[in-house]
Design a protein around this ligand. Structure first.
Ligand code: DGL
Length: 288
């Protein structure tokens, strides 16, 4: 009897511990890795597929319709090819426009990342700084969040692509120039007590941003909340019994690919695979 119970438990534990879901994390560049880090820490046993559209980068300056077409094309193709169970659009700029259409096209959960205005306003005494891409600070979606959740708090908006470029360079090993960073942050410097990192690239610069803004400014991002959301969506029904993997795909060959590949191996990715826009000749100019 004891032996039967032992065998049953061993078998059961093996089955449960070997169940994994295929999770796709998408961004225009390396920023989504800040979200991947949080999800992977909470759910280390899942399969991860990271796709970045560096051919369309920077999304903060891409015309809206072009962005929509690119995200729909790339995400839905990879979902089909890799039998993805959950999609995470780890990009505020994309999430503020693509979520409704992606959810129509795909029959799996699609999680988006939007600026953490609500928690920031709950924490702020004075003024909240929203640091995001030029597109995100203009989006109607962002202004609805501000209207619904800022209540009596003042919001200072700062849109910057230079900051996104800085995060891309830092991940490739280039040291951050603090005086350049201080220049970018100058419009909100001394005016805010909470800053929303409203672009997934910015948590990669968290230490430097904190250094420039000062320790009295609280930095808020959506990474941990997204990880909890993904955890809540994993159900045994979407799990399969295969060994755990982490693969990374780029829509075109990345700049300074050697440095990037070296760094990505520390994040658990072996090499960068090519995954271009499918079945279309409408390519944007390569970005970073
Ligand atoms: N990481 C992206 C975001 O959260 C966008 C960066 C870009 O391509 O401009 O908005």
């Amino acid at each position: 009897m004891m032996q039967f119970i032992f065998t049953f438990l061993t078998y059961h534990i093996f089955i449960v511990s070997s169940q994994v879901s295929n999770i796709l994390i998408f961004d225009s560049g390396v920023g989504g890795l800040s979200v991947y880090r949080e999800i992977q820490q909470l759910l280390p046993e899942q399969n991860y597929f990271y796709l970045f559209d560096n051919e369309g980068y920077p999304y903060g300056e891409l015309p809206q319709q072009k962005l929509l077409n690119r995200v729909e094309n790339l995400v839905s193709s990879l979902v089909t090819k890799m039998a993805i169970d959950i999609v995470v659009i780890a990009c505020n700029t994309a999430s503020t426009i693509v979520l409704p259409s992606l959810r129509k096209i795909l029959d799996i959960p699609v999680v988006g990342v939007v600026p953490a205005i609500k928690p920031a306003c709950n924490l702020a005494q004075r003024c909240v700084g929203l640091i995001a891409t030029p597109a995100t600070i203009q989006r109607p979606y962002t202004h609805e969040l501000i209207r619904d959740f800022s209540s009596d708090k003042e919001i200072c908006l700062l849109g910057s692509t230079a900051l996104v470029d800085m995060a891309e360079r830092k991940l490739r090993g280039v040291p951050v120039n603090l005086s350049e960073l201080a220049n970018i942050l100058q419009p909100i410097q001394g005016r805010i007590d909470v800053a929303v990192l409203g672009c997934t690239h910015f948590p990669l610069l968290k230490d430097e941003i904190q250094q420039v803004l000062g320790v009295h400014v609280m930095l808020v991002d959506s990474g941990k909340a997204i990880a909890r959301r993904v955890a809540s969506l994993i159900s045994p029904g979407m799990c399969r019994h295969v060994s755990q993997t982490a693969r990374i795909f780029a829509s075109t060959s990345p700049y300074d690919g050697e440095a990037l590949t070296r760094v990505l191996s520390d994040w658990g990715f072996n090499h960068i695979e090519n995954f271009p826009i499918q079945g279309s000749s409408d390519h944007s100019q390569p970005g970073l």
